[in-house]
Write a protein that binds this ligand. Structure first.
Ligand code: PXL
Length: 271
């Protein structure tokens, strides 16, 4: 039977991220992707300004409408959430979660040690509530530090292990810490209570907006398609890297507009 993912995140019309990334990536893996929008934006918030329509008060009504339809999901994958939406998302998860339903949480609220525009520490407190319901938590180091009240200190050599252990103690089942710079490599660290490994590749030394969303969407699809943890992470990482390489080849601005992941989709579709 075809697999099915519910993804809950915003629709930012311009600047590849959130639903505009998750829908095509997950579809290309032959998985049905049901996208529940949390907000509609003219563009993401790394642009100097944006228009924003908040859908918080509609989200539960939308989900309740599905009571009479097929509302069974193999995965619920959440990305960028606006302020005050974590509680609604928790309600949706507890309503729709079945034994088979995996929960993948991409915190998507910080980078470079700083919160994204518009967020404050109340949002971090809210997002902490999602950690303990996650089967897979996919933070970058900034998000992991905020979620665990750890100082964002790049000179602390143990920081990656430290934050992963804290997140596991908080109740995450599997942590995938992304974007770790090690020498000339960029790697992700996988950790659960039984196993730990890293996987990475040469650092392309280019900043792109939305690579976290590209990686998390591919990972959600790989896990849902039954790949083991290592193979899922390898495939999602290699896909994200190829998307960045294609963007660099084309000499276009991926900083705001995101990586040209469309040119790398064939890697995911390959059986
Ligand atoms: O890529 C994360 C993201 C998603 N959605 C919106 C954002 C961002 C990051 O800035 O602004 C609206």
């Amino acid at each position: 039977m075809q697999k099915r993912i519910l993804t809950i995140q915003d629709y930012s019309a311009m600047g590849r991220c959130s639903l505009t990334v998750a829908l095509p990536i997950i579809s290309s893996m032959e998985i049905e992707c049901v996208g529940l929008p949390t907000a509609i934006l003219s563009n993401h918030t790394a642009f100097p300004s944006w228009e924003f329509v908040d859908l918080t008060s509609h989200m539960l009504d939308f989900v309740n409408k599905w009571d009479n339809f097929n509302n069974s999901f193999d995965m619920i994958y959440t990305g960028y959430l606006a302020k005050g939406q974590a509680d609604v998302v928790l309600k949706i998860i507890s309503k729709l979660r079945e034994n088979k339903t995996k929960i993948l949480i991409d915190p998507a609220f910080a980078d470079g040690g700083k919160l994204y525009p518009g967020f404050d520490l109340n949002h971090v407190q809210d997002m902490k509530k999602l950690v303990c319901v996650s089967n897979y938590l996919v933070p970058n180091l900034s998000e992991a530090c905020f979620l665990t009240d750890t100082e964002y200190d790049l000179s602390n050599e143990n920081i990656h292990d430290e934050v992963c252990n804290k997140l596991l103690q908080m109740g995450a089942k599997n942590v995938i810490l992304t974007g770790i710079k090690k020498g000339d490599q960029v790697v992700c660290l996988f950790k659960n209570n039984d196993e730990q490994f890293t996987y990475g590749s040469h650092n392309l030394n280019k900043k792109f907006h939305g690579t976290g969303d590209v990686f998390a969407s591919a990972l959600a699809g790989c896990i849902t398609n039954g790949l083991n943890n290592l193979d899922a992470i390898k495939k999602a990482h290699d896909f994200t890297t190829l998307a960045m390489e294609k963007t660099i080849e084309d000499k276009v601005d991926g900083i705001l507009y995101g990586p040209e992941f469309e040119k790398a989709l064939y890697l995911l579709n390959r059986k």
